[in-house]
Design a protein around this ligand. Structure first.
Ligand code: SF4
Length: 230
């Protein structure tokens, strides 16, 4: 564990001031076939997907498919994968027996969002990560909340998380889309700045807080995959 903490500290030092593409490239080389991208196919996912496509089109990518994603997200996913010629992306679904046992009517989200996220996102993520020792996350500090103080590399639940976009500005993200002719998520023009499951995603009324439409009216701000649990 101490070795990994030291490694993270070294990587954060070495990668200070580097561009997201460079952080990504260093990580993919360093962690070889033990790194994956957990992609939400949300409004800004195309940036990392595009960067990965320049490095390795067979790079492993996973979507945590809760069964509650917007149909527009699935359409967008297929469009991006095709455009970028990415050939190694899989949807990971929740365990069917667990859903039958704990959420047979698919309405757990109404009264226990934490448990719903746990069985539909966190547990499937843990299953994927059994085969990896590091993963790429698309978090950006301009999304605020816990993300403001993050560094490019962190240790989370015994895995190394790489946050290549953590220091970019919103304007830079917009410019990247334009410069690389990347399609936007279809729900962006309808007012959704951050997109997750249908039941817990609302239009973003407060544009200064991009994630304010997620779990609106609840204290919850994160699904749990980025929380320390071990
Ligand atoms: S975001 Fe909502 S619907 Fe999706 S897994 Fe979490 S609680 Fe369930």
């Amino acid at each position: 564990m101490n070795q990994r903490i030291e490694l993270i500290s070294t990587l954060n030092e070495e990668c200070q001031g580097l561009a997201p593409e460079e952080i990504l490239e260093i990580s993919i080389k360093k962690f070889d076939n033990k790194i994956t991208y957990i992609c939400s196919f949300g409004t800004e996912s195309a940036i990392i997907l595009h960067m990965i496509s320049k490095i390795d089109r067979k790079f492993p990518i996973f979507l945590l498919n809760t069964h509650f994603l917007f149909p527009e997200t699935i359409v967008y996913k297929n469009k991006l994968l095709k455009k970028l010629c990415l050939t190694n992306c899989l949807d990971i679904f929740p365990d069917e027996l667990l859903i039958k046992k704990e959420d047979p009517k698919n309405n757990l989200w109404m009264n226990n969002t934490d448990r719903c996220c746990e069985i539909r996102k966190v547990k499937p993520l843990d299953k994927i990560l059994k085969n990896y020792n590091s993963w790429i996350s698309g978090r950006k500090s301009y999304h605020q909340g816990e993300r403001i103080n993050l560094k490019p590399f962190e240790l989370l639940n015994k895995k190394i998380v790489v946050n290549p976009l953590i220091n970019i500005k919103k304007k830079e993200a917009d410019n990247y889309f334009e410069a690389n002719d990347l399609p936007q998520h279809p729900l962006l023009k309808k007012g959704y700045l951050s997109i997750g499951c249908i039941h817990c995603t609302f239009k973003t009324n407060d544009k200064s807080n991009m994630r304010s439409g997620r779990w609106k009216s609840k204290l919850k701000t994160e699904c749990g995959i980025h929380l320390n649990r071990k």
